[in-house]
Design a protein around this ligand. Sequence first.
Ligand SMILES: *Cc1c(COP(=O)(O)O)cnc(C)c1O
Length: 500
Amino acid sequence: MMYNSTRSSDVLVTSAQAITRGIAGDGGLFVPDSFPPLTRFDFMELQKKDYASRAAFILSKYLTDFSYDEIVECTALAYNNNSFVSESVAPLCPLDDRLYMLELWHGPTCAFKDMALQIMPHLMCKSATKTLNGKSIVILVATSGDTGKAALEGFKDADKTRIIVFYPEDGVSPMQKLQMTTQEGVNVAVYGIRGNFDDAQSGVKAIFTDTDVSKQLDSNDMVLSSANSINIGRLLPQIIYYISAYCDLINKGKIKQGDSINIVVPTGNFGNILAAYYALKMGLPVNRLICASNRNRVLTDFINSGVYDKNRSFYTTSSPSMDILVSSNLERLLYHLSDNDSSEIRRLMEQLNKNGCYCVSDSVKSRINSLFEAGSCDDNETAMTINDVYKQYGYLCDPHTAVAVNVYKQYLNKSGDSSATVIASTASPYKFSYSVLQALGEKASKTDDFENMEKLHQLTGCEIPKTLKAISGKPIRFTDVCNAVDMKNVVFKTLNIDGQ
Ligand SMILES: *Cc1c(COP(=O)(O)O)cnc(C)c1O
């Protein structure tokens, strides 16, 4: 298996190269040159395995320049009961006989980003050994709240690695901010930026394609990489849990091999739902992929109209990890759906850069609509959904997951589609105690999130994750804030490089 850039057909690299580089030199994203098919027999074998072994099997189809032993080493280090509180790593929790929550937040930082970022540092380390001749890696991360912490936890104190995280100063939840500013580790740095996630993400992308940066780092024996979902090493591990959930549904006797399911994903940067599309391309029987947005409904409008237009107001919502107007991974979907037409992708991305919008061809539009549904809801509807789901099912969900439930109910009312449905539950409700308490009609403290957690626990009896509780006593290590335009200098300063 080799990897292409979405923006030029002559780039061809191994998975180890794609993972260490993070993004292609032409600004494109690395994509696999084909989708390895899963046979009926493969599914039967996968049903018998635990999560780590399913992971090894699926990853081995993509990481063909890794030995099977190397992959098993990585999956065993990542998917065990030290890192994940749940026995089955990503458990399915039934709401009723057709509707299932796929809980992706039992890792150390209580959001789905752990599913990839617990294994990615191990994949990165092995990739570096294959490709970097002893150079060290500098991981740059732009975060809308959850990736930052998950990447810091994954990469802290990793050998020959530095990690620098940028988050929007006023765009993350109090708990998300505390998780990052109290981060331990000798190789980590965390900065707030004055701006939103899109500013942080375009700042990081600009640094990646800045030849001055790569030269300066090179002369210091360093290379840049990314832990954002622009890195294919983030995306591939996310395929695993959709296939694993399907196997679990069969094992529970809820579906038969070959039955189609719906998958609903609360979406921001389009990484998580793209992984579901990759699973579909490998042969996972999927009826509809349902893309759920908050009030920043750029993806809903795109899927329903074929026009991507980021020229609109940006809203700060109760689901901050989805407050995004430029969804990077959509570029990968468009590449696949336009039959790998990299010059078309280059044209669309130039338009996005220049005018902030683009329109896809009729054939791409109809392919999108043959697979995807899309919908959105605002903060009020999100809060009502948290309350309804708690009342109806006794299930406590976070605001991101609630957006997905709301959009699924809209789809169900419209379509009457009774296929078994898996909703990606992307964060622990305790990461967003303030919003969740308010949604349940309770008073919440604006200043003390630990008080909110305790109150939510008293009210519902749901267990507070240990890792969130533990933050309460930790000293704050990182308080620096910078402008988005200064990110390059901040990187140089953090690495002790004289950028002038
Ligand atoms: C990152 C995140 C999302 C959005 O996922 P994408 O892959 O960016 O679409 C949704 N919910 C939570 C809790 C997240 O952390």
